[in-house]
Design a protein around this ligand. Structure first.
Ligand code: ZN
Length: 202
């Protein structure tokens, strides 16, 4: 399986990182080795001193598709979840400044937190509400209606480049409020007010 991530999909997050507003989705990949096994703590990697959390709505692809029309994109997923796209912000900034790929800053081991999935019928897909708490303090408060590109548009867009396969995950981008973690922090993600994942930082 592969993990397809969308960058800069929420206007306020673009502003907080002083990024340019894209004219089409920003896409990058994480390898499957990036997924942190469930219940494991996240160990800050030795090469980094600035790991940021980014809470994101996840979409799980349920069948093979290529050149999917956004009208039919809803047939390619049944489940919605929540996760974190951990980012080595310091390294990403250096790579960005040089125009180099982000993979080392985005795809390292443990950089993908994947929480629980629920049937999409349980959600108002136009307005999925999700939050990230750090040590019980609300850090990110998202709603999918603020996405620049909606889930179905993202599926149509990325499937032009990558054949989607059953089990692939799409990380749909993070809202504003990203920030750094330190050892002993506890991150909790909630989807529609219900705890979806909990991860301890080491
Ligand atoms: Zn992200």
């Amino acid at each position: 399986m592969k993990i397809i991530c969308i960058g800069r999909n929420y206007a306020k997050h673009i502003e907080e990182l002083a990024n340019e507003r894209p004219t089409e989705p920003v896409v990058f990949l994480k390898p499957d080795s990036a997924i942190l096994p469930k219940k494991m703590p996240f160990f800050i990697p030795p090469f980094s001193d600035e790991i940021h959390y980014e809470v994101e709505v996840l979409v799980k692809i349920n069948k093979v598709g290529k050149y999917i029309d956004s009208k039919f994109a809803h047939k390619y997923y049944d489940e919605i979840g929540l996760g974190i796209d951990f980012t080595d912000r310091d390294l990403q900034s250096k790579l960005k400044a040089k125009g180099l790929p982000w993979e080392k800053a985005k795809g390292f081991d443990g950089s993908a937190i994947v929480g629980e999935f629920y049937p999409k019928e349980q959600f108002d897909l136009e307005n999925i509400k999700f939050q990230l708490f750090k040590n019980e303090e609300l850090m990110q408060d998202g709603e999918s209606k603020s996405m620049l590109w909606k889930i179905d548009e993202l599926i149509a867009y990325v499937s032009q480049y990558f054949t989607l396969k059953k089990g692939d995950l799409i990380f749909t981008g993070t809202p504003a409020g990203v920030g750094a973690v330190k050892p002993e922090d506890v991150l909790v993600g909630t989807l529609e007010g219900k705890e979806n994942f909990r991860v301890k930082i080491k």
